[in-house]
Design a protein around this ligand. Structure first.
Ligand SMILES: Nc1nc2c(ncn2[C@@H]2O[C@H](COP(=O)(O)OP(=O)(O)OP(=O)(O)O)[C@@H](O)[C@H]2O)c(=O)[nH]1
Ligand SMILES: [Mg+2]
Length: 346
């Protein structure tokens, strides 16, 4: 135990190195966030508090890239990185792979790394592949704080996930802009339109447009079946044609991504969106750890969300305070029930 503590980094020092973009510090910070020991949790919260305090909310852009398996998400992210780097923007990537894909024999992580490797010795680019350990198919809870760490030191943070229902819902609660990738004539896109998850993406990219007419047809189908209820007011949900391998349409895709960000800022939606996302994750983390009963001990979902939106504390500190509050109330409850049962047995 003592050894583990010795190896844990000092959060203040680590934060200042992360803010300077030191790669080892970023890697060490991500490891800390992934560490479930009580002392590591405490330091994680301190680290995130120091990082969030430094950067105004409106800086950085969290972009979620999702879509069915094999549509070319990793290839597209790779092409997008090239374009961003040419424009002088720094990029951090969290590539989340589902852990339960036996058909790939665990090779998915490596495959992704190799495909994106071309520019991995670039100082302005950092890629972390994560196995998704969430058994229920959603995005593992560590991804949320990790994306915040990355946002403190990169202009763009991309989160790549394979869209399988719940993951899309989860990623929509992390990203500022969600880009859904489809491929020509796969039927997936159409299924998707029917599934109701259509509300989630802000931008649709039909990849593999080098395959010809089928890509045009798929794009037209998506455009026709586009969102009926406006999720974000005046946003037009663009559908664009791209080819990751031929490197076409990437600039247009980036223009849409930038335009979406400007839209969020101009409509004063970005800060609100992030607060909403934070509340959703804090609720999720608390529920995962303490169940519905635990949530009630902290005042219930509505009160928790209210507290988070009004809090002057950093959201991670607020989260930690709520944990402590629930834990102490749990103790009081269990002590009083012990007393009652003793009284009853007398
Ligand atoms: N023709 C064509 N093939 C492409 C294009 N982009 C990707 N591919 C191919 O599609 C396959 C899947 O690409 P990936 O980038 O691994 O797709 P992915 O969506 O990340 O896959 P998973 O992470 O496994 O879900 C590979 O064989 C790519 O070479 C493209 O623009 N055109
Ligand atoms: Mg991939």
């Amino acid at each position: 135990m003592q050894m583990a503590l010795v190896n844990l980094p000092d959060p203040e020092q680590l934060a200042s190195r992360i803010l300077r973009g030191v790669r080892e510090a970023i890697a060490s910070g991500l490891n800390l966030l992934d560490n479930k020991l009580a002392e590591a949790r405490k330091r994680s919260v301190q680290l995130l508090a120091s990082l969030s305090g430094e950067r105004p909310v409106n800086k950085g852009h969290l972009v979620g890239v999702t879509g069915p398996p094999g549509v070319g998400k990793s290839s597209l992210v790779s092409a997008m990185i090239r374009e961003w780097r040419l424009a002088g923007k720094t990029v951090g990537v969290l590539a989340v792979d589902p852990s339960s894909r036996p058909e790939l024999g665990g090779g998915a992580l490596l495959g992704d790394r190799i495909r994106i490797k071309s520019s991995s010795y670039d100082e302005g680019l950092f890629i972390r592949s994560l196995a998704n350990r969430n058994q229920l198919g959603g995005v593992a809870t560590e991804v949320w704080p990790m994306s915040w760490l990355m946002l403190s030191c990169f202009d763009i943070v991309v989160i790549e996930t394979v869209g399988v229902g719940q993951t899309e819902i989860d990623i929509a609660e992390i990203g500022d802009t969600i880009c859904y990738v489809a491929q020509p004539a796969s039927g997936d896109a159409i299924q998707y339109l029917k599934s109701g998850i259509i509300e989630i993406p802000d931008i649709f990219a039909v990849n593999k447009c080098d395959l010809g007419a089928a890509a045009l047809k798929t794009a037209a189908e998506i455009a026709r079946g586009g969102p009926r209820q406006d999720r974000r007011e005046a946003w037009d949900y663009p559908v664009c044609l791209v080819s990751a391998t031929m490197n076409t349409g990437i600039k247009q895709l980036h223009d849409h991504i930038d335009r979406h960000r400007s839209f969020l800022v101009t409509a004063e939606l970005l800060a609100k969106l992030r607060i909403r996302h934070h509340s959703a994750w804090v609720l999720r983390l608390l529920k995962e750890e303490f169940g519905t009963f635990g949530l009630e001990l902290a005042g219930g979902p509505a009160e928790i969300s209210q507290r988070l939106s009004e809090s002057r504390l950093n959201q991670f500190e607020e989260y930690e305070q709520m944990r402590k509050q629930i834990l102490s109330r749990f103790k009081v409850k269990s002590q009083s029930s012990k007393l009652t049962s003793k009284g009853a047995s007398r």
